[in-house]
Design a protein around this ligand. Sequence first.
Ligand code: C2E
Ligand code: MG
Ligand code: MG
Ligand code: MG
Length: 284
Amino acid sequence: KAKTSGRNTYKMFDHAISNEIAEKTVLGTYLRSAMVNKEFLLHYQPKIDMVTGRISGLEALIRWNNPQLGMVSPLRFIRLAEEMGLIVSIGYWVLQEACDFAARLYKQYPELRISVNLSSVQLMQTDFVDKVKSIIEQANIPPQMIGLEITESLLMESFTASVGKLDSLKEFGMYIELDDFGTGYSSLSYLKNLPIHAVKIDKSFIDDISETNRHNNITEAIIKLAHMFGLSVVAEGVETQDQARLLTEYCCDTFQGYFASKPLPEEDVKSFLKTYKYILLCRD
Ligand code: C2E
Ligand code: MG
Ligand code: MG
Ligand code: MG
């Protein structure tokens, strides 16, 4: 009996691996031509300033719409794009697209900031800083209008070189945020030496917030600590009014999540910007 189940386990394992390889091969084949076929687009998710209740920025999130595969989540293709060396050109496309949108919004919303997510492979390019600067300059927008979201694991990969590049871009005027904060190596002491403006607390910590453990969650501590280091705090994945209200109590600076809005296509973001008043929650 044991032998049979052992064999079944082996078979399932084998099957899972070959499925994974098959999926990668199929995705990879389509991914290689996705750029020339113009299959990528950006959605934008608003960020809400918790003091004014206003929209302070938008996060650009890539979408891949393939005729054969339909909509493919970035969680399924970003890693693959990194492995295939495609992420560098995809990343510049994302930045270019976000800058073009920023240029169109600038006249009406000069205070708005648009942020893009970065992959470590992009930051490892030796000419990264120059290219980013020239894309922003050619779009004719102030660098303050563009933000970069980086993850901790991204930084750890080649720490000194990455920090140097981010420092230059921060000097240039761009806004730097540490994404998915709390999920990586999180040596809290190195936080104060990073060239960043803000940390984005990962959704997994926000999921933990509730009335029943209002002062018994890690989020409140992270916010206090980040503020001690002079950093602004963004909460990601806020889905309920309760979460937003508690975050206000903890003096969180900004939030993002389905409670305010899902990521939206460009046309919908424009009407959201036009009709949005404010979300203000009492700090009691
Ligand atoms: P991220 O940067 O941490 O983005 C947050 C993710 O959470 C997004 O998923 C967003 O749609 C989702 N989200 C936001 N609010 C809520 C909420 O209230 N509830 C729930 N359940 N989810 C929420 P998405 O768009 O699928 O992106 C996943 C990840 O893919 C991103 O995580 C980012 O790491 C990566 N990614 C997206 N676009 C790009 C890109 O242009 N370049 C790179 N390198 N990575 C990207
Ligand atoms: Mg992000
Ligand atoms: Mg995030
Ligand atoms: Mg996250």
